[in-house]
Design a protein around this ligand. Structure first.
Ligand code: FES
Length: 227
């Protein structure tokens, strides 16, 4: 083969190599642009899916959690003339704590006048004790002979003022706010008390109030504030 023929052959080979490289580059560009487009579509789909999920889910979550943050109405029920109550023993009454739901919204309470020999002035002129045991919520019953409240479920016993004599109840019996209007006693929202009879917004059964426990179990938003 002459030198001229060899040069022609080399030149042709180089041209082919350049064409192949250029074709391969073009194929790479096309593939990379395909991947970018795919990623864009994927991200768009995820975003649209997320927005659709939020549109469906958020109202449902709001509907479910709404009652948790909606405080119960503050209501006062009349329990008759104040002169029917004395400071020696309790009188049983039924009051409505949640209106519009019939018997389910009613509860039994025990009422007596403040006895200055045992009750501090700060607790008010009338004492209205809740029948809900502070262990797990069973209804307690006042036993006049023992001057005590007794729980039938796990035998907690509370004294005349509602203090725990024997557990497993974790705090004194809850009480209800009162006011007098036109000679009638009105019973309002329930509140919880600690061992010093300081008032707290109502706690659930099983939630202690002594020491740091009061911070561990904050007030439930669904209960009516007592003041
Ligand atoms: S519910 Fe009253 S002692 Fe358990």
């Amino acid at each position: 083969m002459s030198n001229a023929d060899k040069e022609i052959e080399d030149s042709a080979a180089q041209g082919e190599a350049r064409e192949e490289a250029s074709a391969s580059e073009a194929a790479g560009d096309s593939e990379s642009s395909e991947i970018t487009r795919r990623k864009l579509f994927e991200r768009g789909a995820v975003t649209v899916g997320g927005l659709a999920g939020a549109a469906v889910g958020l109202p449902a979550i709001g509907f479910a959690l709404g009652p948790v943050f909606k405080a119960a109405e503050v209501r006062y029920s009349s329990v008759g003339p104040v002169d029917q109550y004395n400071s020696d023993t309790y009188t049983t009454k039924v009051i409505t704590v949640v209106g519009g739901i019939g018997e389910v919204g009613k509860t039994t309470v025990y009422i007596r006048k403040n006895n200055p020999e045992i009750d501090p002035a700060k607790v008010g002129e009338f004492i209205v004790i809740s029948t809900r045991c502070t262990h797990l919520g069973c209804p307690v019953r006042y036993v006049e002979a023992a001057k005590s409240f007794v729980c039938p479920c796990h035998t907690s016993v509370f004294d005349l003022e509602g203090f725990v004599i024997t557990g497993p109840a974790v705090r004194p019996l809850d009480r209800f706010d009162t006011k007098v209007e036109g000679g009638e006693l009105l019973v309002g929202p329930r509140f919880s008390v600690n061992d010093q009879l300081d008032r707290f917004n109502p706690r659930a059964p099983g939630e202690p109030l002594h020491g740091g426990w009061k911070y561990l179990y904050p007030r439930s938003f669904s209960t009516a504030p007592f003041n």
